[in-house]
Design a protein around this ligand. Structure first.
Ligand code: F6R
Length: 606
């Protein structure tokens, strides 16, 4: 949701800014822009669309100077066009922003009383206008930035650059992440450590409300009350090569293929002997918990929906799953017997973070299951459990989803153990099944050619349905979400048994129906629902194991074989064909797989 980067360096800033923005483009790609101080003067270049358009402009109209800020945009206020692209500049100030300034209309009204009028449709421009106005009233850049920030409501990560100030960037953070990077007589600022990885691995994360006054010699930090404060410098291990496609055509393909290895790491980390057990035990005793609330958005929320079956069936614990944007405004009653679990790949999703803040002090513990260990959600939780998926760049979540499932599965096992709902032999058998998951996922990849063939037919359809029963139902929802978001084919997921209560009216010869049906305890019921669809001309692609396909292959449009894995953890394995189906359909349609239209990877606004 917008990426920002800044540099005060020894070398030309523009190529460094573009390099940083490349690593942030997953956050938004509606437009990109940079500003530098060239011969003491602020200059900008901006371009609509992806970063490559900005790079083209910079070839013909280079920007000089060793100090600069840059931005890649996911539009919130104002259409995606060049005028609304960041950096926004007014008078002596240029600003890049990630977040939403909620009181920008009030600020505009104030400024218009002083004959300062907007030139764009954005909330961000108001920040530059206000800061410049304070400077016109005699404030220094630092004072003006402080006075401006004090008047902002909403969420922001901001960088200010000032005309005539070659050795100054001011950064501010509230609600959106921001990191300061330390170099040798060079300083950087960026939305995350990944953006700064080519330049430095020494990072200071800004806390909520912090301002950083950055010069080449270092950074001074002020807290929300503008008092000087010290913030730790940390060495972070981020591999800039993680943002490399590694020979794959798309990040999504690479990330799907990485699953056996990252799932191997996650299962090993969480299941290894006593150390792994301690990790999850710390601070949570499921024997004292009478209810679990899981909150997340999108794919992460669907991981929670899968885990609901595990916690309820294995640990006998009632679970409520809610999408964060609803949870936070519903004012749900909570109690000290409630364990709240928040799942987020980025760890920055605004609604999930707000939901977590709502729970603070009202529940037994807040557990964050995150991919980005230094994220806001991780840092504000009582217990943060990393999913160990490594950087996920493709906008559609794949390996993060399956790694989230592994962590949730281990938590459900620990809950069963502590609550005494499963005996040791059963727990060990379930752990053994979980250890098999990476290998099973690797076997599931063998369906790739088959999926590719199905996808070439699916790509010609305008709608699709996904069906699943029991623990496969949330995966049907995930299949539909994945297909929609990258292939733009309208898709819905349903519980197989629910279809006849309405959606079956949609079935005709044009409607492909993807059925997720391992040969498990509910297989026969799912097959009955499948027959109801076939009787009405619906075309079924059935994803099942050898036994399931043998029993129910008659009349199928397509059959896709999965390895035999009779386990409650089978959704982790069946995630693979669901992801591949969306991927190859999108490739067939020629859509932008890694950066689908209108989306951004990290949703740091409501
Ligand atoms: C879909 C997808 C999104 C995210 C959602 C939550 O493929 O990636 O639905 O799952 O935006 O994001 P995080 O997990 O970062 O909180």
């Amino acid at each position: 949701m917008c990426g920002i980067v800044g540099v005060l360096g020894k070398h030309q800033a523009a190529p460094i800014l573009v390099e940083g923005l490349k690593l942030l483009e997953y956050r938004g790609y509606d437009s990109a822009g940079i500003a530098t101080i060239s011969d003491g003067r602020l200059e900008r270049r901006r371009a609509l669309g992806k970063l490559v358009n900005l790079s083209d402009i910079l070839v013909h109209e280079p920007l000089r100077g060793t100090a600069g800020i840059g931005h890649t945009r996911w539009a919130t206020h104002g259409a995606a066009n060049e005028s609304n692209a960041h950096p926004h500049a007014r008078g002596r100030v240029a600003v890049v922003h990630n977040g939403i300034i909620e009181n920008f209309r009030d600020l505009r009204a104030f400024l218009s009383e002083h004959q300062v009028v907007p030139e764009t449709d954005t909330d961000t421009e108001t920040v530059a206008m206000l800061c410049n106005w304070y400077m016109e009233q005699g404030s220094t850049p630092v004072e003006a930035a402080k006075l401006t920030v004090a008047r902002l409501e909403g969420a922001y990560a901001l960088c200010f650059l000032f005309d005539g100030e070659e050795d100054l960037i001011i950064a501010a953070r509230k609600g959106s992440p921001l990191a300061v990077g330390w170099g040798e007589q060079e300083m950087y600022v960026g939305s995350d450590a990944l953006a700064l990885a080519p330049m430095t691995d020494e990072i200071t994360y800004l806390e909520e409300g912090d301002i950083a006054v950055i010069t080449r010699a270092g950074a001074d930090f002020l807290d929300a009350g503008f008092h000087p404060v010290s913030r730790p410098r940390k060495r972070v291990r981020v591999n800039a090569n993680a943002a490399d496609k590694g020979g794959y055509k798309h990040f999504m393909a690479k990330e799907i293929a990485e699953q056996p290895s990252v799932l191997g790491e996650a299962t090993e980390y969480y299941l290894r002997d006593q150390t792994g057990r301690q990790l999850l035990r710390e601070g949570v005793d499921f024997a004292d918990i009478d209810r679990v609330v899981m909150v997340a958005c999108g794919t992460a929320a669907l991981a929670c929906s899968v885990a609901k079956y595990w916690f309820e069936q294995l640990a006998g614990l009632p679970v409520e799953v809610d999408i964060a944007s609803e949870f936070r405004y519903r004012e749900p009653p909570l109690s000290k017997g409630t364990l709240a679990i928040f799942v987020s790949q980025s760890g920055e999703t605004a609604d999930t973070l707000a939901a977590m803040r709502y729970c603070a002090g009202k529940v037994a513990r807040s557990v964050a299951i995150v991919n980005v260990a230094e994220s806001s959600i991780a840092r504000e939780s009582d217990i943060a459990l990393p999913i160990l998926a490594g950087p996920e760049i493709g906008v559609a979540s794949t390996k993060a989803f399956t790694c989230q499932l592994v962590v949730l599965a281990v938590l459900a096992l620990r809950a069963s153990e502590q609550r005494g709902t499963q005996d040791t032999t059963r727990i060990e058998a379930l752990e053994a099944q979980l250890r098999h998951v990476p290998g099973m996922v690797s076997e599931a990849m063998r369906c790739e050619d088959r999926i590719q063939a199905v996808s070439s037919q699916l790509a010609r359809r305008r709608h699709a349905l996904f069906l699943g029963r029991g623990v496969m139902f949330p995966l049907a929802l995930e299949g539909a979400l994945k297909l929609k978001e990258i292939s733009y084919i309208h898709a819905e997921g349903y519980a197989s048994g629910e279809l006849k209560h309405g959606p079956i009216a949609l079935i005709d010869e044009e409607m492909p129906v993807i059925v997720l049906a391992p040969h498990d305890a509910v297989f026969d019921k799912t097959v009955s629902n499948m027959q109801e669809v076939m009787a009405r001309g619906g075309q079924i692609a059935m994803i099942s194991d050898a036994q399931g396909l043998e029993l129910a292959s008659e009349g199928l449009w397509n059959g896709i074989e999965m390895p035999t894995f009779d386990s409650i953890f089978a959704p982790i394995v069946y995630a693979v064909p669901v992801q591949l189906l969306a991927y190859y359909t999108a490739v067939e349609k020629g859509t932008d797989v890694d950066q689908p239209r209108n989306l951004a990877k990290s949703v740091t606004v409501e």
